[in-house]
Design a protein around this ligand. Structure first.
Ligand code: GAL
Length: 657
């Protein structure tokens, strides 16, 4: 259930045997290799050199280790980009070519790059597809990392024109769908369409939505072809990809994950906390500087687990300070062990650490590994040993991850809409989704992320923090489910082609939530109004809708007494964004009503269920008392949970929360 990321090409061959022996001795099973090694696998065009990789795999195999082989397609070598410069992407912001010298320097619209990526992947798959030590494959590496989903290249423009032709059929249909009569934006033929970049002021939102859809489709197409070529030569082997969260790439990760055997996530809680919460005041950030925000790592893990409704791995686990955030603190004592147990609690079936030994050269020389460059054991080593023994003692594999009772609907389209049409600068899709998730997690409720196309029938509560585009089929699936649905503002507020529904928002949702949004106002985040609910006053801010309904129960009201939250049977419609205190109290009440157990045990304690095991994680640097009825069922840790500690107990109800 443990693995490591290793780069044999970075070390002298004489070291490989010792490395492999030490890896096996540490209790590792899997070694991921190869994902950036193109210049060593094909030093000159067509001149393949697999001898070193054969040797490395043989040595790992002899030590009893299993290999996950990465395709090296995130790093095309210099000769390739010099031979075909059109494979390089163009920055949509500056219009400049993004050149060679780091990684991910390729354009998803480039047919030449696709051909080359498939060629090298096929060569590798032919050679190692049936090799018994190679049990699985990783496609590319973190597709779309470093903002590489969009390209402003000429290649992308031509591909976009074809994509538009396929989608709309005729130029009249496109003009009509986008509303191009506005500002004389009508086109005469598809060849006239530019990418929506570099115009004087804002471009048509429908045009931008099409560009986002197209760009996502290109990535998906690239990935699906990569999967197919590996599948063909490596029958029966596992294929995965280490996903960058959808909120960062803007790619439809649900579609990207199709045809994989399992999904993977690279867990760097500190680097990501530093980037994501850069504008937090010091007193708030400092608390989590060495732990990561309590819900941040799991927010992305739960999303990755939800992508294919199956198995997921941590393919890279932060082992100490990283090199790539603005600030790179050392993790709090014991955090590597803590994060490892946390990932397993959230359903991971394997945790691999990044990386085996800290590299003494190039870009990541300041990034920790399990070993220091001199081969001595770094902080993560004993922590990994501890986690390994604890996971074994818990017999974790016998506890299948629990399906949650609560689902959060997420999707790339919703994000595109909110980025394209900001309307209020404080409306941030990721913040909103995170606040909803975090409120549920503060209650200790397991959360499944699901796509808009999911089957909702197995959930008790389904929440859509932001879902502007929905269709009839979605509404039908809601109708078939007995779940309580909670829709936040903007639900159904746009048609598929980014128009305002003529029946007024929430558009098709009116079939189950018969109301009309008469007007929308957006407010600065620090200027909220009021939300009155059950005798208490909370914030109603950022995005506020004026609601009109003939029926429906008014659950919450604005400061002027007008309805802010309405309920129609099992459907609740929130007309306003609000504060996390409200979300916690409101979701708490709804969980209580639905018979879902909650564990609201303070700001820094998070509870999660896996099978019959309940895990509590203490994100605070002080010990705390867990309100457990007795100690009898504790199988790891204590009722007084240690600083940055973990306590595990057996739940009486082994089923769902
Ligand atoms: C990941 C990436 C790795 C390495 C690591 C450093 O995002 O997949 O190749 O760069 O970050 O933290």
């Amino acid at each position: 259930m443990f693995g490591i990321c290793y780069y044999p090409e970075h070390w002298p061959e004489s070291q490989w045997k010792t490395d492999a022996r030490m890896m096996a001795g540490l209790g590792l099973t899997y070694v991921r290799i190869g994902e950036f090694a193109w210049s060593r696998l094909e030093p000159n065009p067509g001149e393949l050199n697999f001898a070193w990789l054969d040797k490395a795999i043989e040595i790992l195999n002899d030590a009893g280790l299993k290999v996950i082989l990465g395709t090296p397609t995130a790093t095309p070598p210099k000769w390739l980009v010099d031979k075909w410069p059109e494979v390089l992407p163009v920055s949509p912001e500056t219009g400049r070519v993004r050149g060679f010298g780091s990684r991910r320097h390729y354009d998803f619209s480039s047919k030449i790059y696709l051909r080359e990526a498939l060629r090298i992947s096929e060569e590798m798959a032919k050679r190692y597809g049936e090799h018994n030590a190679v049990i699985g494959w990783q496609t590319d590496n973190e597709l779309c990392c470093h903002d590489t989903t969009l390209s402003g290249s000429n290649t992308a423009k031509q591909a976009f024109q074809c994509w538009c032709e396929q989608r709309y059929g005729s130029i009249d249909a496109l003009n009509e769908a986008w509303g191009n009569v506005f500002w004389s934006m009508e086109y005469r033929h598809f060849g006239e369409i530019d990418l929506p970049l570099g115009a004087v002021t804002e471009t048509n939102p429908a045009h931008r939505l099409a560009y986002r859809r197209f760009s996502s489709d290109k990535v998906i197409d690239f990935h699906q072809q990569m999967i197919a070529v590996i599948r063909q030569h490596a029958p029966g082997k596992l294929i995965t990809h280490n996903f960058i969260p959808m909120v960062d790439t803007g790619v439809d990760n649900y579609a990207l994950a199709k045809n994989l055997d399992f999904t993977s996530y690279d867990n760097y809680p500190l680097g990501r906390t530093d980037l994501q919460f850069a504008d937090w005041p010091a007193e708030k950030l400092q608390r989590y500087m060495r732990t990561g925000h309590p819900d941040f790592g799991t927010y992305y893990q739960d999303q990755t687990r939800g992508l294919n409704d199956g198995e997921f791995w941590i393919m890279e686990q932060q082992p100490g300070p990283v090199n790539w955030a603005a600030n790179n603190p050392r993790p709090a004592p014991g955090m590597i062990r803590f994060w490892t147990l946390e990932a397993f609690a959230h359903g991971a079936s394997c945790v691999c650490y990044f990386r085996w030994r800290q590299a003494p050269f190039a870009q990541e020389q300041m990034h920790a590994g399990l070993l220091r460059p001199d081969g001595s054991k770094a902080d993560a080593w004993p922590q990994m040993e501890q986690a390994r023994d604890e996971i074994k003692a818990l017999d974790l594999l016998t506890h299948s991850p629990s399906r949650a009772s609560v689902a959060l609907i997420s999707g790339a389209e919703a994000q595109w809409v909110s980025e394209i049409e900001r309307q209020g600068e404080a409306y941030d899709f990721n913040n909103i989704q995170f606040e909803f998730y975090s409120a549920l997690r503060a209650l200790g409720v397991n959360v499944d992320f699901v796509s808009v196309e999911a089957d909702f029938s197995q959930y008790t509560i389904v929440i859509a923090p932001s879902l502007p585009i929905i269709d009839e089929a979605f509404v039908q699936r809601c109708k078939r489910s007995k779940a309580t649905f909670i829709f936040a503002p903007r639900a159904g507020a746009k048609t598929r082609e980014f128009a305002y529904p003529l029946t007024l928002p929430p558009g098709p949702l009116q079939a189950i939530a018969p109301l009309r949004v008469l007007s929308v106002e957006t407010l600065r985040a620090d200027c909220p109004g009021e939300l009155h609910w059950q005798g208490k006053i909370y914030e109603a801010g950022i995005w506020r809708e004026e609601l009109a309904a003939e029926n429906g129960e008014v659950l919450g009201r604005y400061e002027d007494g007008k309805p802010a939250i309405l309920q129609f049977g099992n459907v609740i419609y929130m007309g306003t964004l609000t504060c996390s205190d409200f979300l916690k109290d409101f979701f708490h009440a709804i969980c209580d009503r639905a018979g879902i157990a909650t564990y609201r045990w303070g700001e820094d304690i998070r509870v999660c269920q896996r099978g019959a095991l309940m895990f509590a994680f203490n994100y605070a640097g002080e010990a705390q008392d867990l309100p457990l009825p007795d100690d009898g069922d504790i199988v790891l840790g204590q009722r007084r949970i240690a600083p940055y500690g973990v306590t595990v107990w057996k739940s009486a109800a082994s089923a769902l929360q």
